[in-house]
Design a protein around this ligand. Structure first.
Ligand code: 5RP
Length: 218
């Protein structure tokens, strides 16, 4: 199976979690895109969706799915999104696509977070994938120095601005043995908007696509 076929398979499996008459949260990235295209086929079931990025909003609209404002919907029953890495406790690194802040907000507002990924994303210890951190532009150098003190190597994502008008620092060389503690410590740095660790609010279910089909971890 190709990586795309694995992504497609988990996206199809995630459609089973969509209940009639609900509004759901939808993530960002290539795996989430397979899910959005699948949603297009069952759009009659949905009252609408909250998007975690402008790109996702656009794709939802192309599929005929009403895009709603989280401030108007209140809490969501379900959030479906991909990840850059997951450990076996369903702590995630996200933000490879730069949408981490809105993704974290929509995940926080959702009762159930179903993460969908191909099996290359499952790791023993998080941190091989550089950890994305969204930063207020004025704070770039200050935040970078604080991250170096924590043992990381921050690299500016060149030519990239988030949907919120901020920059991303991708942090290399972090061995993330205690994800919730590191998430908390990074959030305490002034100028950090969000970091890409999803440990305080991990996924509830991880659907992993592999050569022998879809495996569910929860
Ligand atoms: C975007 C994300 C994505 O979920 C993550 O980058 C995975 O993307 P893909 O499904 O393309 O592998 O966090 O900010």
């Amino acid at each position: 199976m190709t990586q795309d076929e694995k992504k497609q398979a988990v996206a199809e499996a995630a459609l089973e979690y969509v209940e009639s008459g609900t509004v759901i949260g939808v993530g960002t990235g290539s795996t989430a895109n397979f899910f959005i295209d699948g949603l297009g086929r069952i759009k009659g079931k949905l009252d609408g969706a909250v998007a975690s990025s402008e790109a996702t909003a656009e794709r939802l609209k192309q599929n005929g799915i009403p895009v709603l404002d989280l401030n108007a919907t209140g809490g969501l029953a379900l959030y479906v999104d991909g990840a850059d890495e997951s450990n076996r406790y369903l702590h995630l690194i996200k933000g490879g696509g730069g949408a981490l802040t809105r993704e974290k907000i929509v995940a926080a507002a959702s009762e159930k977070f179903v993460c969908i990924a191909d099996d290359s994303k499952l790791v023993d210890v998080l941190g091989t994938f550089p950890l994305p951190i969204e930063v207020i532009p004025l704070a770039r150098s200050y935040v970078a120095r604080q991250i170096v003190q924590l043992g990381g190597t921050p690299v500016l994502r060149e030519g990239f601005t988030t949907d919120n008008g901020n920059i991303i620092l991708d942090v290399h060389n972090l061995e993330i043995l205690n994800p919730a503690e590191i998430e908390e410590n990074l959030d305490r740095i002034v100028g950090v908007v969000t970091n890409g660790l999803f440990a305080k609010r991990p996924a509830d279910v991880l659907l992993l696509g592999g050569d022998s089909g879809v495996t569910k971890l929860d």
